[in-house]
Design a binder for this molecule. Sequence first.
Ligand code: MSP
Length: 658
Amino acid sequence: MSKGKYYLTTPIYYVNAAPHIGTAYCTFSTDLIKRHKKQQGYQPVVLTTGSDEHGQKVERAAKAAGKTPEEYATTIANEFVRQWQTLGISYDHFIRTSDPKHFAVVRDLFERCEKNGYIYTGSYTGQYCFFDELYVIEAKPGDPCPDCGRPTETVTEENYFFKLSAFQEKLLDLYEREPKFVQPDTRRNELIAFVKQGLKDSSITRTTINWGIPAPVPGKHVFYVWFDALISYMSAVQGTDLWPADLHLIGKDILRFHAIYWPAFLMACELPLPKCVFATGWILVQESKMSKSRGNVVRPGPIAEVMGAGDELTGSDALRYFLWREIPFGQDGNFSYDALIDRYNADLANGIGNLASRTLTMIHQYFEGKVPASAGDPDIAASAARTTDLVNDHFEDFDFTRGIEAVLAFVSQIDKFIVDRAPWKLVKARATDSKAEGKLSETLYTAAESLRLICGWLYPVMPTSMVKIWTQLGMDTALDSLLVDALVWGKLPAGQAIGKIQAVFPRIDAKPAIQKMQELEVIEIERQNALLGKKPDLPSDDKGSKPLSELISIDDFGKIDLRVGEVKSAEPVKGADKLLHLKVDIGEPEPRTIVAGIALAYKPEQLIGRKVVIVANLQPRKLRGLTSQGMIVAASVDGGLPVLAGFGEDIPVGARLK
Ligand code: MSP
């Protein structure tokens, strides 16, 4: 019997960057959950993904590429569609925020909020980061954006405001009443602490931007991109009874939008709230966040192509497997080509792949390719039942790593069982020992039935590869419509003819494979840059593309006192993800306090002892309660993280840069 509908979403992706393994991770994970929920008997299970197309960033990127925002957004939205299909994502709706059906829903929600008294007009003057589409509430003119470190710009706007402050208690009640609304718990606790500090009303229209959804109000207002974006989850399924969503899967960086603003908007409209918002951690590369300026962005296409030896769907499975096997869901974790191939060879080639080919080859040789009749080994049958429960429970809790570990433990058990039973000896004993035939049948039935169950358990994780093994087992039912009640022991039909045997996870030689992935990555960067309208050989869109500032005299330059400093200590700033509190020695009796927007680019421990450049005669300014006595010099490019200026040679602290 159907457990009812299950509606889940990925974030909708900005169209000013092409897909990479970070965005693929979120999308893969919703695909896993969709397949798991179908197996559990939910019906229909519907997955929405899409593209977030409005806002200044896209307007600017389109202009730089010589396209209209519509043309530009279409090119990149198509690229997302193409990549998700190549990677085997089984989504149902791809919503584009430029779709007119979305416009209508956005206006409707605004009007409901307005009717219920949660909208008012007000004048806003403040610092705005155009890159992050973010007002920086506490910043003063000239201050950097705490998110990306770029300079903020002063804007004054007559805007429409949403009374977010009216929802503080209601939101706290919601988190209390529905403890699973925000997951994992660590994020929930952080969120509660944040909301308890108080919520400020938020401006939800803009007059400084053209590329957006016109608001149904007098004047030239378009909706703030986040107001528009969140509503896409509803517009994608407008006209169905799928709302409310059962799950919004997102990255941790956008949790506040989803767990504060979104439920508050919906409450203001008297609409049902989503059931759960789950925030994943970050996929790091070389232990740091991916960024174009670091040159550590990894794209899924080359990995899928090489790991699947040209069959991208199978190769995509290897990447999916690695991400969930390696990184506990909800936490940050590192990606590396070496670790990917190590895992693949250990768990897939030597583990599951080897079990499949051994078992099927023996059935082929000893039983003329037909599954022998037997009830199977009772101990293994009991262990299989426990594994089904473990996998279901862990997947239900979004703990994919432990679900996969439970399957691997079962695979090891079967491997040991086969070695202990030694079917290659039993087959020789058949002629002389009357019990050998029965034992041999039981052994190979047990191995084959285990394989059938493994296909069912891991189908949500590696759909293409598991279907391959399923077909080789001779199954004539569709694995994608298998329900959990079929995951019980003894359902493999005796006498079933197995299919053509082929290695599903052939071993991969790390060195040439990594080299090939890196070569393809270079081609992929160029292809994506061409799509994004960027110069082919530049790692970022910044190099040479921005006009230089106006000329200054040498005297003007002389006014800036740049000093060599050494970082003595570094620690995060409470409540500001992007800021670090540094103590920097520039040759004075006491090190200076410097508050820098570099926390996403550098971990505190990476900075200790590092020589940096400090603007030493900048007026002190207050940031998050700390007085910053100067500024650290860093280069920044659009779309990338700040990179600190430094020195190739040794240089004493306090030396002046001239
Ligand atoms: N457009 C907004 C989302 C609006 S949803 C109504 C946005 N887009 S994004 O393209 O920048 O990011 C989309 C998602 O990808 C975010 O959840 C983000 O956390 C995730 N990831 C981007 N890079 C990532 C990693 N390196 N690792 C894991 N997820 C990351 O934000």
